[in-house]
Structures are given as structure tokens and as C-alpha cells.
Design a protein around this ligand. Structure first.
Ligand SMILES: Nc1ncnc2c1ncn2[C@@H]1O[C@H](COP(=O)(O)OP(=O)(O)OP(=O)(O)O)[C@@H](O)[C@H]1O
Length: 252
């Protein structure tokens, strides 16, 4: 069974049909790419998958469970986490607290226990500190745990955003243009990080990206979106050699 199954998804904004008859089938553990020209509807697809937008029609199931109609927070709890095109960290919080914010989705003390600072609050907070530090160590960010997120270099901010998303324990990780604004060295390191995340956490990853080196280097399968519709899909090599794809996108 596919981890993510999307059928006949569509949404209009006024007269603009942003996504039309869109489908996607992603197996567990796959590193999958969603590519297409500017304005093709890629981020809109992410917003539909994460409950930011409600589609006009279509079906989305995660691990067999329908998720349309759920709130963003519920979809995150069901197992979808994302990062953003423009990094959205809590810039005035420390690196550690950013990761703890991700862990809070599975927080095991009540609001009352938190406000009254009951013993359970301290116990759970300590556990979260330890878990966050473990994750930061995996990503070689533990030395910067007390640094403000805004003071990290750009490449590490991207890494921290991925770490925070993983803290929510997703089944599916969505990365929206992770290489945007990166220099070639940072992009190379990012590719290793993405592969590492997939292998270490047995993660399924769907990423939007314009950097074709990254796409051809790490994605096993691709869907090409054009004017909100699927133009091509399949194994990365086949899709990138498809004449229609070259004409509509790569040949630009
Ligand atoms: N909330 C909205 N209201 C109106 N139009 C929207 C909204 N969100 C997206 N659109 C429009 O839908 C279309 C698809 O936009 P989207 O951001 O999904 O494209 P994209 O493929 O992610 O582009 P890019 O590669 O430039 O990020 C665009 O024409 C955009 O202006």
C-alpha cells in the first residue's frame, strides 16, 4: 500500500484553476520529487496536503487514512511534517527550543500541569530536553543548542528546520525548495542530509525543487506539474528525458 495516495485533487482561487485532476502515489521510503515551472501549483499541492487549503474535490490518504477536512495540527499528528520555501524558524528562540517546539505536538502534560508547574511538567520537559539534544546530535547541531536560531548560518538554519519537522515524528516529510538560496557547497551538504534522513529514519520524503542537480542526484521518482496538472511522472531518469518535460520545463 502507498504511504501517500492522492486522487483527482483540485482547487480554484476565484477564476484561477491552480491544481486540476492532480494525482500522486508515493511508496514508503521513497525519495520523491515534485517539479515544474514557476506558478505551476507545487506549493499549493503542499498546502493541500497539509490542510492549509481545503480542496474543491479529490481524495488524500496517508497510510490508508483520509486526511481531507483535518486541521493542519491534526494532519501533523497523523504524520505529515513540512519545511518552507522561506525558512520559518522561531528566530528568537534557541536552536534547542525550536526542536522542542516540534516535540510539543506529542507533549504529555496538560495545560494545567504546565501552568501550575506540577512535577509532571518538569519530568516531561526534562525528557523533551534530552530527546531534542539527541536529535540535534544526529544533525551535528548539538554544539549550537543554546544559540539563537537567527544566529545560525543559512545552511544550518535549513538543517534545523528539517530537525524540527522530524521532531514531530512524521511518516512523510515535505521539503519545499530546500536548496533555495544555498551555494553549491551547502546544496551538496543538503543532499547528503536528505539522504541521511531517509536512511536513518526510514523516512518517506516528498520535495519541491528547482535545482536539477539536486533533483537528479537524490530523487528516485518524479512528478512534473504544469499549469496545475500532471505533465509526466515516473522514474527520475525517464521523466527528465521525456520530450514534453524538456519542452515545457527543462528547455526554458
Ligand atoms: N491563496 C491563493 N490565492 C490566490 N491565488 C493563489 C493562492 N495560492 C496560490 N495561488 C496561485 O496559484 C498558482 C500556483 O501557485 P504556487 O505557489 O502553488 O506555484 P509553485 O509551482 O509553487 O510556484 P513557484 O515555483 O514559483 O514557487 C499561482 O498562479 C498562484 O498565484
Amino acid at each position: 500500500m502507498a504511504l501517500l495516495e492522492v486522487k483527482n485533487l483540485g482547487i480554484s482561487f476565484g477564476g484561477l484553476r491552480a491544481v486540476n485532476e492532480f494525482h500522486l502515489h508515493i511508496e514508503k521510503g521513497c525519495l520523491y520529487g515534485l517539479i515544474g515551472p514557476n506558478g505551476a501549483g507545487k506549493t499549493t499541492v503542499f498546502n493541500l496536503l497539509t490542510g492549509v487549503y481545503r480542496p474543491n474535490e479529490g481524495i488524500i490518504t496517508l497510510d490508508g487514512e483520509p486526511i481531507i477536512g483535518k486541521k493542519t495540527i491534526e494532519i501533523n499528528k497523523a504524520g505529515i511534517a513540512r519545511t518552507f520555501q522561506n525558512i520559518r524558524l522561531f528566530k528568537d528562540l534557541t536552536v534547542l527550543d525550536n526542536v522542542k517546539a516540534g516535540l510539543h505536538n506529542h507533549c504529555k502534560y496538560s495545560t494545567v500541569e504546565g501552568i501550575l508547574r506540577l512535577p509532571r511538567y518538569f519530568k516531561v520537559e526534562k525528557e523533551m530536553d534530552e530527546k531534542a539534544m539527541e536529535l540535534l546530535k544526529v544533525f551535528d547541531l548539538d554544539q549550537e543548542a543554546r544559540t539563537l536560531a537567527s544566529n545560525l548560518p543559512y545552511g544550518k538554519q535549513r538543517k534545523l528546520e528539517i530537525t524540527r519537522a522530524l521532531a514531530t515524528k512524521p511518516k512523510l516529510l515535505l521539503l519545499d525548495e530546500p536548496a533555495a538560496g544555498m551555494n553549491p557547497n551547502e546544496t551538496k551538504e543538503l543532499m547528503e542530509t536528505i539522504r541521511f534522513v531517509r536512511d536513518t529514519f526510514d523516512m518517506t520524503i516528498l520535495l519541491i525543487e528547482h535545482d536539477m542537480k539536486l533533483v537528479s542526484g537524490i530523487c528516485e521518482e518524479l512528478t512534473v506539474l504544469n499549469f496545475g496538472q500532471v505533465l509526466a511522472e515516473g522514474k527520475t531518469g525517464d521523466v527528465l528525458n521525456n520530450p514534453e518535460v524538456i519542452k515545457a520545463y527543462l528547455g526554458e
